[in-house]
Design a protein. Structure first.
Length: 464
């Protein structure tokens, strides 16, 4: 692994991020009556895309914004420019990461999103609300303004073609509502809200939110690498990263399979698996260390399996580190769809071995080939036996290479460590299909009790 490539500067990266940050700061105060100091944000965005097809429109949008005369088309141009810039950051970082691990990327399909018919009036209503937000700024929001999203979301949700945007608007509005009134905000999540705003703006373009084409069928062997758990107070998702080996002997590919479920905020830790387990048999295979045989499983052009238990059966034993050493180096990644290109989406599977471990006040880090690589132990789920202490005692790691706060870091999915002169593997998803581990059994029982109580209370309420 060329770890030096992960620490070397990427040409132009700092300048692009500075332009994005400058525009994001303008959204904090709003664009209704911009001050002279705010004009620099949109202008820097326009300068950053000066050599692209967006140049003319964004330059005009920057001028109109500085004059306080920007319309919806101008705000849309600025959102598109910001999206394009972060997309270029994504591409540069992914190229650097894959060069470091020596992995090839699959060819892009070249297909564009289909022009599905959709309610243009609802897209226009959503864009109007988003423009009102931009004019007010995050410090100018109030419940009346934020509440304007509710009727738009309600009208969009019944239409599958609009559900992607509707879900985004609903979550965004909920975050804003929880932070009202804006003038009292002590801390503004500047990058996050600008991300949500610009993505939603771009999705109001007819056809942009349509389901991407290129869904194919995958038949062959699936070799799991690990599970990434993403938890929210009311929802949880488990995403399995794996290598798929086609039955026809084609190039192995990196794929993902995800399952999500709503949850009460009292169900945490190992109890999460009880909510997810019934929906995807792959979780049991991960827990047992087995491959799965797929038969015509749908897979998108980005490498996401549309999981169907009827098209999968449990296969032979498949140890994660054997998969990482033998199959992972030859696996090619799928291309990322244009609207999904963002640095936060970077998750490159990688095997690290022969590193030294550093422990300090800022957490755990690996010394790989003389280079320091930070370890994101905060992403390690509490729903498994993998802990920061276990990571710190490891000698090999299968993880996801991510990028955050200006540097590459690794999120451990599984590690190998020596216990009593024997090599032992510890997996973040070891409890996904059930466990006999004492800590896991206790956590599962506590979650079962909590769910039982909640169901009884819900039943009483329904009977009333």
């Amino acid at each position: 692994m060329r770890a030096d490539l992960l620490t070397d500067a990427v040409d132009g990266l700092d300048e692009i991020l500075a332009a994005v940050d400058g525009f994001d700061e303008v959204l904090v105060a709003g664009l209704l009556r911009p001050q002279p100091a705010q004009a620099g944000g949109p202008a820097a965005l326009a300068a950053a895309v000066a050599g692209s097809p967006l140049a003319t429109r964004v330059a005009e949008a920057a001028e109109k914004t500085a004059a306080g005369a920007a319309g919806e088309d101008h705000f849309l141009a600025l959102a598109a420019a910001r999206t394009a810039l972060l997309g270029s950051v994504h591409d540069a970082l992914v190229l650097r990461a894959e060069e470091a691990v020596g992995r090839a990327r699959g060819e892009e399909s070249g297909a564009s999103a289909g022009g599905a018919e959709c309610a243009v009036n609802l897209l226009a209503a959503a864009r109007s609300w988003l423009c009102d937000l931009a004019r007010a700024g995050w410090q100018g929001i109030d419940h009346e303004l934020v509440g304007g999203a509710a009727p738009v979301v309600s009208a969009m949700l019944p239409d599958p073609a609009l559900r992607r945007l509707a879900t985004l608007l609903d979550g965004f509005a909920a975050e804003l509502a929880a932070s009202c009134p804006g003038p009292t905000l002590e801390r503004v999540p500047v990058r996050r809200w600008a991300d949500l705003w610009s993505r939603a703006m771009v999705l109001t373009v007819p056809g942009a939110g349509a389901a991407p084409p290129g869904v194919a069928e995958a038949t062959g062997r699936l070799l799991p690498l690990g599970v990434d758990v993403q938890e929210h107070a009311t929802a949880v998702q488990a995403q399995v990263h794996a290598v798929f080996e086609p039955a026809d002997g084609g190039t192995p590919r990196l794929v993902r399979a995800s399952v999500s479920a709503p949850k009460p905020d009292t169900v945490v830790g190992a109890g999460l698996w009880q909510l997810l387990r019934p929906h995807m048999s792959l979780l049991a295979a991960v827990s047992e260390g087995r491959a799965m045989e797929l038969d015509a499983m749908p897979v998108t052009g980005e490498g996401d399996l549309i999981w169907d238990d009827a098209r999968a059966r449990t296969g032979e034993p498949a140890e994660v580190f054997a998969t990482a050493r033998v199959a992972l180096p030859a696996a090619a990644a799928f291309a990322t769809a244009p609207l999904d290109r963002h640095p936060a989406r970077i998750a490159v599977p990688v095997l690290l071995e022969g590193y030294a471990v550093e422990e300090g006040e800022d957490g755990v880090a690996f010394q790989v080939a003389g280079q320091r690589l930070a370890v994101d132990t905060d992403r390690v789920p509490a729903a498994g036996p993998l802990t920061p202490e276990v990571v710190a005692s490891s000698g090999a790691c299968v993880g996801l290479l991510r990028w955050d706060a200006g540097e590459f870091l690794v999120q451990p999915l599984a590690v190998e460590r020596t216990v009593r002169k024997k090599s032992v593997a510890v997996h973040a998803g070891a409890w996904a299909g059930g466990t006999t581990d004492k800590a896991g059994v206790r956590a599962e029982k506590a979650a079962t009790d909590a769910v039982t109580v909640l169901r009884e209370r819900a039943g009483r309420l329904l009977r009333k």
